[in-house]
Ligand binder design. Structure first.
Ligand code: NI
Length: 170
């Protein structure tokens, strides 16, 4: 397993990673959807903010505290109360940072063997606290990839056809 300290430090670093990556970009890019129905970069951050407790921190806590069953999380319902695409990058990152301070402190407060505790998931069967602790940075990095996929295409628009061909063959 990955050490708890590494997991805590990794999830704690994401807000600064996002800020460093996205703050130089034209604000319009942050609201571009790569395809109809897909999230723009600001909405991905909104997803990370809204699922932080329900999908990760609270679930780990409940498993560690001995709750026998855990359920599904409706991520779209969590996001429905707010229009994240109209949000401000700095504000959203600050909210994620506030969540992450609490989350990293929580991960550092539990014992390694707490991660072995399990609960029954309504759909997937037996899952451990450690499953969610490791899914956390994995989920972050999946969504970081999603953000990169949303912002990268803008550079292609300013490249010549020969360059695009060269890139597609590289
Ligand atoms: Ni997600």
């Amino acid at each position: 397993m990955v050490e708890l300290e590494e997991l805590a430090a990794t999830i704690e670093s994401l807000p600064e990673v996002l800020l460093a990556l996205l703050s130089p970009l034209d604000a319009e890019v942050l609201t571009r959807r790569p395809a109809h129905g897909e999230w723009c970069a600001l909405e991905v951050i909104g997803h990370l903010i809204t699922c932080e407790g329900p999908a990760f921190r609270d679930r780990i806590r409940r498993i560690v505290e001995g709750e026998p069953e855990i359920g599904n999380v409706d991520i779209h319902k969590l996001m429905a109360a707010e229009s994240f695409e109209t949000g401000d990058l700095n504000d959203l990152v600050a909210r994620l940072r506030a969540e992450r301070v609490v989350s990293a402190r929580y991960l550092r407060s539990i014992a390694t063997n707490d991660l072995d505790r399990t609960a029954e998931h309504v759909t997937y069967g037996t899952l451990s606290a450690g499953d969610f602790a490791h899914e956390w940075p994995f989920h972050d990095q999946d969504h970081l990839q999603q953000i990169l996929d949303a912002v990268k295409p803008r550079y292609l628009e300013s490249m010549s056809a020969p360059m695009r061909t060269a890139m597609s063959e590289a």
